[in-house]
Design a protein around this ligand. Sequence first.
Ligand SMILES: Nc1ncnc2c1ncn2[C@@H]1O[C@H](COP(=O)(O)OP(=O)(O)O)[C@@H](O)[C@H]1O
Ligand SMILES: Cc1ncsc1CCOP(=O)(O)O
Ligand SMILES: [Mg+2]
Length: 262
Amino acid sequence: MAINLLSELRQRNPIVLNLANLVTIQDVANGLNALGASPIMSAEVQEAEPLVQLAGAVCLNLGTLTTSQVAQMHAVGQFAAQYQKPVVLDPVAVGAVTYRKRVALELLAALDVTVIRGNAGEIAALADVDWQARGIDAGTGNGDLVAIARACAQRFHCIVILSGPTDVITDGTRVAKVLNGTPLFQRHVGSGDLLSSIVAAFLAVSTDPFEAAQTACLVFAASGELVARQLTANRPATFGIDLIDKLSLVSGPELTAIQKLE
Ligand SMILES: Nc1ncnc2c1ncn2[C@@H]1O[C@H](COP(=O)(O)OP(=O)(O)O)[C@@H](O)[C@H]1O
Ligand SMILES: Cc1ncsc1CCOP(=O)(O)O
Ligand SMILES: [Mg+2]
């Protein structure tokens, strides 16, 4: 775990190219900006090449996909391989909608994805493990989350983050866990989307994608935990706002003091 990656990120202010969903696009932009990265969103395939050249990393989010956005994702992913830029895939609701799973599998077959970040329902679907996914949420299942994440990483030859009460990070062999967090993340739409783009931001400033993925999970989950400790009641909207502020204020020592890692 490299907490000094956070200061590296803030110093270098990496540009993160996001093919975002329509629901949480502004929260993702503000969250990245607050943390110390520089977000850019795009919905135009014609500008794929210059944007990838400009960016330190790319995040592809399947949340509100359209046929033209999927074509843009293929183009951006191919340029990312050409210019050696890391790619994060957020497979929103692939466990609930067969069409989305097909799109995700086609992207994974065609592109060099560095990290897949999804909840248990999404990662189980990609690993072909039986699971009762529910829309954008993780749903329910009784499989072993480490085994599911590992199977997904081995199948697609990439790093997998299976997020939830415990975040499991694996490259198919190594496994790390971040136990920080708060149930308020689940009450606020867009938590996963922002985490995926923050993973891209850390990939942009690191030569070790496993360490970048682990650090992103800690910074995000622990920031949320620190915010929740200050809230007097269950306030999902206030949590979302305060989380963005906390991403800009949180320090390395603060994170080290509360980190729960395995
Ligand atoms: N019940 C929970 N307790 C603590 N942290 C959680 C919980 N559920 C989700 N998180 C945190 O929320 C963030 C987003 O993950 P998740 O909710 O799994 O994504 P998504 O929004 O895509 O379903 C992660 O940092 C994860 O650690
Ligand atoms: C509600 C909704 N519908 C399509 S995408 C989306 C947001 C998903 O956000 P997250 O998975 O980060 O909670
Ligand atoms: Mg999600």
